[in-house]
Structure formats: C-alpha cells, structure tokens
Design a protein around this ligand. Structure first.
Ligand code: UGA
Length: 434
C-alpha cells in the first residue's frame, strides 16, 4: 500500500504534546488526522494559526498542511484512523493523583472490539494500561510515553535519546507497528511491558526533579559556607557517573510536568502501600526554593511593604509562554502577601500573565518594569535579558538591586553597571554584598 493509501494516524488532543506529535508525524510523511474538543482551537489550526509558542512548530505545520487535518469529530477520527495517539492532559486532581477523566472519555468512545491501536502518550500512573486493556479486550494497547521538553519539543521528537514502547505479549504486533513509525528517527528503541514503560516516564521526571532539588540544596549550603555552586556543579558534572545535565540551581522547577509527575509518583507509591520518602523532600525543597528570594529581598530592603519589585520572566522556562506551576506565580503571590507592589515582564507570556497574575502590572518592555523599582528578580532566563543596557536601567531604578534567580547574568557586568547583584548559591557583588 502506498503512503497516500494508508489509513491516517489519529491524534487525540491537540495540546502541546498532540500538536507537536501530529506535526512531526506529518513531517515524516504520514497522513494525520488530529481531533480536539475545543472548537476554537481546531478552527484556529485550520486557519493555520498556531495555538502554542514552540520553536519550529509553525514552519512544520505550514510545510505539512496537506497531510494534516484537524477536526472536533471523534467519529470521523475513529472511522478513518486505526492508530490513535492519545495526547490528552492528565492534570493533578485535588488529591495530587493524576486526573484520568480525559483518558477515560477517549476509552469510552472506543468500541470493545474495534480495530484500533491505542497509543498512550499521556502520562498515566503505572498500571493504567493494564486496566484499559481489561476494559477493552479487543483493542490493542501500546504505552509510548513522551519525553519532549517545551521549547525544544520539535527537535526532541525528531532526535530522541530513546523511544520507550510498552505492550503486553498479546499486543506485540501493534508495538512493532509503533516502533516502525519511530525507527527512522534513530534513538534507541526500548521495547518493554506496559507498566515498566509507564514507570520509565514517571521515574525519569522524578529523577530529574530530584537532581534539581539536590543542586538547589547544595546552592543553599554554598551560600552559608561561601562556596560558588556554579563551580561545584561544574566539578561534579565532569564525573561521567554524574554528568552535567540538570545541575543548574535556581528558584525551583515548574511547568506542567515535573511538579505533577513527582507528586503523582509519590501518591502512586503511597496508594500501593509504599512510602516514597525521598520525593517528599524533593517537593518541599522546591516549594521553599521559590520563597527564598523573598527573604533575600527583605535582607536588602527591610520591610517589603510598598516596595516596587520587578519580576523579569514569567514563563516556567524560556522559549515558552507556559506559566503552569511557574516560580513567578508563587513569587508574585508571596511578594504581594508581604505588601510589595509587583510589576512584571515576559517577552511572550504577557497574555497568560494578565490572567494569571491579578493585581500585577504587566509591562510591554523590561525597561518599563524596571523603571522606579526598588529591586528586580530575574525569574526566567530569557536570552534578551543579557542585552539590556543595565547601566542605563540602574539610573532609572529607585534601588539598583537584582536577585538573579537563574544565575544567568554576569556578576561583574552587573557590578560595573552599578547593581547590587546576588545569584543563587554564589557570592554576591555590589555595595551591599561585599
Ligand atoms: C520535562 C522533561 O524534561 C521532559 O523530558 C518531559 O517530556 C516533560 O517534562 C513532560 O513530562 O512532558 P519540561 O517540563 O518541558 O520537560 O521542562 P524542562 O526543560 O525539563 O524544565 C523543567 C523545569 O526545571 C523548569 O522550570 C526549569 O527551569 C527547571 N530546571 C531544569 C532547573 O531548575 N534546573 C535545571 O538544571 C534544569
């Protein structure tokens, strides 16, 4: 059968994972039909408007528009596609467990014995696949967790470190079919059982989060003993058993995945009767890390009542407009709680910020946010912050104090620009810190 005659691949949910998956599968030459319940989103995508900020995605969608179809109609998807990539979100519930209602609603749409292969991209607790298989004995089930990072998702999809594919013996043929789709991309194929595949995803995110909380605690100790965490991380990272990735200290990890998955794994363990002690600390350290900046500011400024504090960068990391679980949310709430006036800037998350940061003035330029401020906090390391004329800005601030929550700027440059500058886990510079 030629590519054109093959049944299209179905993608259920065109959020961030679904849209990147649909665009990349189309780029690999497949016909793709992607379905979402949100009509406005589907309409926008049909008009060629991209609904999320992700480098390279607009080009990819435009280049493959002939092979991509967007719909709200689940029946159309089920009639035409056999392979169904499930990319719906699984946000935390009030209890912290993963909310599987969207996954369940996809499962409910499937017929018990329909000729479909369910490829689960959504992050689900280990064991979910087994339950779905029991409910849908005639449907093949393949777990294929995604490891894309926001901001480099297209590149991550096209150049994976590994692709994990989990299935029961019964569904081996379906697993091989999914493996064939990914084979042209290179990257090791990890063929395993369903529960192990689900655990690989949760364990990977929990381990990376653990590394971040670990280096954040090392940074905090460095502050006490006068060491420089940047040097410490460099020296540690050169040990091949450790490696240098994910050892950047900062003001906590955020985003829609790490906080959710750490908590989901902790609860999954707890629900199965095992107390996962380490993850409690990972979560607590992360929460406290977001708040430490407030005490740093208070050390310099005394009471924060009436002080104007500028937050630079609001997205949970650069190259995205995503503010889910961003440190900026906790920080602005804490600062406002202390009586400070908060003014904020982000190059792309402005619209989200206006909704998510009520009572906070969101400016169009970084300079506007900094003008008249008593202090600034660099929350997200957007490259454009290195291009700011810091000496010029210092003259417009009431108090040229900057806490660099990502150790992103050059301490000496900031000192020469007239700033009192303090990073995370590094000796500060400037009049009040020396
Ligand atoms: C993360 C994983 O890295 C992906 O592999 C996974 O697919 C994704 O979650 C998911 O489960 O969907 P993402 O949330 O896009 O990806 O973000 P990361 O780049 O991993 O960063 C997460 C947070 O950790 C950010 O707030 C970042 O600032 C922080 N971080 C990262 C640090 O504080 N220090 C570091 O050294 C690295």
């Amino acid at each position: 059968m030629s590519e054109e005659e093959k049944a299209p691949i179905g993608v259920v949910g065109v959020g961030w994972v679904g849209l990147v998956t649909a665009a990349c599968l189309a780029d690999l030459g497949h016909q793709v039909i992607a379905r979402d319940v949100v009509e406005e989103k589907v309409e926008a995508l049909r008009r060629g408007e991209v609904t999320i900020h992700e480098p390279g995605l607009s080009d990819l969608l435009a280049r493959n528009s002939e092979r991509l179809r967007f719909t709200t109609d689940m029946d159309e998807l089920l009639d035409r596609a056999r392979l169904l990539f499930v990319c719906v979100d699984t946000p935390p519930t009030y209890s912290g467990d993963a909310d599987l209602s969207r996954v369940r609603s996809v499962v409910a749409d499937l017929e018990e014995n329909g000729d479909h292969v369910l490829v689960m991209k959504s992050t689900v607790p280990a064991g979910t696949g087994e339950i779905i298989r029991r409910d849908l004995p005639g449907v093949a089930y393949v777990s294929c967790p995604e490891f894309l990072k926001e901001g480099s998702a297209v590149d991550d999809f096209l150049h994976p470190d590994r692709v994990v594919i989990g299935a029961s013996d019964r569904d081996r043929a379906a697993a091989d079919e999914v493996a064939d789709l990914y084979r042209p991309l290179g990257g090791e194929l990890v063929m395993t059982d369903t529960s192990s595949a689900e655990m690989i995803k949760l364990a990977s995110n929990a381990y990376l989060s653990t590394r971040i909380s670990f280096i954040n605690e090392i940074a905090n100790v460095c502050e006490e003993v006068g060491a420089d965490v940047t040097e410490v991380a460099r020296g540690m990272g050169l040990d091949q058993r450790i490696g240098s990735h994910f050892l950047r200290p900062g003001i906590g990890f955020g985003g829609s995945c790490f906080p959710k998955d750490v908590s989901a794994l902790k609860l999954l363990a707890g629900n199965s009767g095992y107390h996962f002690q380490l993850l409690n600390a990972v979560i607590e350290v992360n929460e406290l890390q977001k708040r430490r900046v407030v005490s740093k500011l208070a050390r310099h400024l005394g009471s924060l009542v009436g002080k104007r504090v500028a937050l630079l960068g609001l997205a949970f990391k650069p190259d995205t407009d995503d503010m889910r679980e961003a440190s900026s949310l906790v920080l602005s709430a804490r600062l406002r709680g202390e009586g400070a006036e908060v003014v904020a800037y982000d190059p792309v998350a402005r619209e989200n910020a206006r909704t998510l940061l009520p009572g906070v003035e969101v400016t169009v330029t970084a300079e506007q946010a900094l003008e008249g401020a008593d202090a600034a906090v660099l929350v997200t390391e957007w490259p454009e912050f290195r291009e700011i004329d810091w000496a010029g800005v210092a003259a417009t601030m009431r108090h040229p104090l900057l806490i660099d929550g990502r150790n992103f700027l050059d301490a000496e440059v900031m000192k020469r620009a007239g700033f009192t500058y303090e990073g995370i886990g590094r000796p500060g510079v400037g009049s009040e810190t020396e």
